[in-house]
Design a protein around this ligand. Structure first.
Ligand code: AHR
Length: 502
């Protein structure tokens, strides 16, 4: 089966914002405790951070890491996580029915970010709290000295301000499950006033307001319109979230869900333009897709843990073990973000360690890469530069999600400085290889320099502590340039990265 692509040097979508490859860590399950922090672990550093985990995070080169939640943030007192550890209160986290020891707070997190080569994207609590706690938190983090909050930070041992520039104003405030859930109008007003106060401190902050928790919410997409109506001028980005599942065990329907993601982004792009026009504004709000991933493997286990009448410390919540099929889904999601990089400026995989995460750990034991680690790794490594607008033609299929879904899901990025073009391709076809035939325009003398392929005979194959390399990429494939065209065989249900020197 043939699939045609035209890659033209001048057909650009956008200069991809590096923050597309960001991540997320919440005080949830074993993300923090047992994930990034485990004093007593054989690899723990002087601060109790697991060095094996830091290594794997560094390899992902994730520009920003969102923290501390998630649903957790909506009842969180940031002050509980600062000051002498022995004096920090143990609290009940209402979002995940967990005991929170507060042994990690914002200062430790900022330290960890430096070690992991990432930057903090902090969320303020607009659920149980509001403007005042938010502005104090900001001053504590970012003011150099000479005020109550900045001197308190210094007293706690952090003399230099943290300089956090990217802030989320609450989390999923449209969700009835959220502590302090609000109507769109209530939230929009609060976000606007909070943004104004935060900008009173520092005009250059980048502020993210809450959009819908997913595109199946009853209030979607009116929520976005109403929220932006209230705070378009004071916000920089609107946040979207989406999780993917294959509960029906139907691979083609599952892989078509990237189409739903695409529609979600396009729809909110339209809402942004509508409010922009209404406000007679010059500014275009961006999309911060700050929670996305596959999430369903752990649902049953989570139900059982949450049904217990207990408040455990760091329970095994949301510990999805990803399979090979999820590699194809994550590859497709990242392709969608690259193709929509004119709208999506920030995206955070949710989450980073143990909790629906590309990195898994065992308490006291090893850390390893889950299957989905690899498409994220490749996109972050090679997906920086200009996203190219491709022209494609090939076979399609109808699914529950959408009709005419192409079997070939492809994106391409031109790194002008490194003089490279990278194609990321998923063949969604269950049993037929696609003969990729790509016309290269404006890239005379292009050469194939690298190929990575992920294929597996078992869609359910996983990586585990005992078998961490059951699903890994290989440097295989037959990509070649012939008469100025890139030709390659994309195996059935495969993820392929082809790199061209141009
Ligand atoms: O990432 C897990 C949870 O999913 C987050 O806490 C919440 O924001 C979303 O519903």
């Amino acid at each position: 089966m043939k699939a045609y692509v035209i890659v033209h040097r001048d057909f650009r979508i956008a200069d991809i914002d590096d923050r597309l490859y960001s991540s997320f860590l919440e005080h949830l399950g074993r993300a923090i405790y047992g994930g990034i922090y485990e004093p007593g672990h054989p690899t723990a550093d002087e601060n109790g951070f697991r060095k094996d985990v830091i290594e794997l995070v560094r390899e992902l080169n994730s520009p920003y890491c969102r923290y501390p939640g998630g649903n957790f943030v909506s009842a969180y007192n940031w002050e509980d996580g600062v000051g002498p550890r022995s004096e920090r209160p143990v609290r009940l986290d209402l979002a995940w029915r967990t005991r929170e020891s507060n042994q990690i707070g914002v200062n430790e997190f900022v330290d960890w970010c430096k070690k992991a080569n990432t930057k903090p994207m902090l969320a303020v609590n607009l659920g149980s709290r509001g403007l005042d706690a938010a502005r104090n938190f900001l001053e504590y983090c970012n003011h150099p000295s000479g005020t109550y909050w900045s001197d308190l930070r210094r007293k706690h041992g952090w003399a230099d301000p943290h300089g956090v520039k990217l802030w989320c104003l609450g989390n999923e405030m449209d969700g009835p499950w959220q502590v302090g859930h609000k109507s769109a109008y209530e939230y929009g007003r609060l976000a606007d006033e909070t943004a104004k106060a935060m900008r009173g401190f520092d005009k250059s902050l980048e502020l993210v307001v809450c959009g819908s928790s997913n595109s199946d919410m009853k209030t979607y997409p009116d929520w976005e319109a109403q929220v932006l109506e209230q705070c378009y001028d004071s916000a920089d980005h609107i946040s979207l979230h989406m999780y993917f599942a294959n509960r029906e065990k139907n691979t083609l329907n599952y892989l078509a869900k990237a189409e739903k993601l695409d529609r979600y982004i396009v729809t909110i792009g339209g809402v942004i333009d509508y409010i922009k026009a209404k406000k007679r504004s010059k500014k275009t709000i961006g999309i911060s897709f700050d929670e996305w991933n596959v999430w369903y493997h752990s649902n049953q286990q989570d139900k059982e843990i949450l049904a217990r009448d207990e408040w455990p410390d760091a329970p095994h919540l949301l510990e999805d073990v990803y399979n090979f099929e999820d590699v194809l889904q994550v590859g497709g999601i990242l392709n969608t973000f690259i193709r929509r990089s004119d709208r999506v400026r920030i995206a955070c995989i949710a989450q980073l360690v143990n909790v629906i995460a590309p990195i898994m750990t065992e308490d006291g034991g090893p850390a390893w890469r889950q299957t989905i680690y690899y498409p994220l790794y490749f996109a972050s490594k090679y997906g920086r530069g200009y996203a190219l607008r491709l022209v494609t033609d090939g076979p399609t299929y109808d699914s529950d999600e959408a009709d005419d879904v192409p079997y070939l899901d492809v994106s391409a990025v031109h790194d002008e400085i490194g003089k490279m073009v990278t194609l990321f391709a998923v063949n969604r076809h269950p049993d037929i290889a696609l003969d990729l035939d790509t016309r290269l325009e404006g890239f005379a003398g292009a050469r194939v320099v690298e190929q990575h392929e992920m294929v597996h005979s078992d869609l359910q194959a996983t990586n585990t502590a005992a078998h961490p390399n059951a699903v890994v990429p290989t440097n295989t494939g037959d990509a070649k340039i012939e008469d100025g065209r890139l030709r390659a065989t994309l195996k059935p249900l495969s993820y392929t990265v082809i790199r061209l020197a141009v």
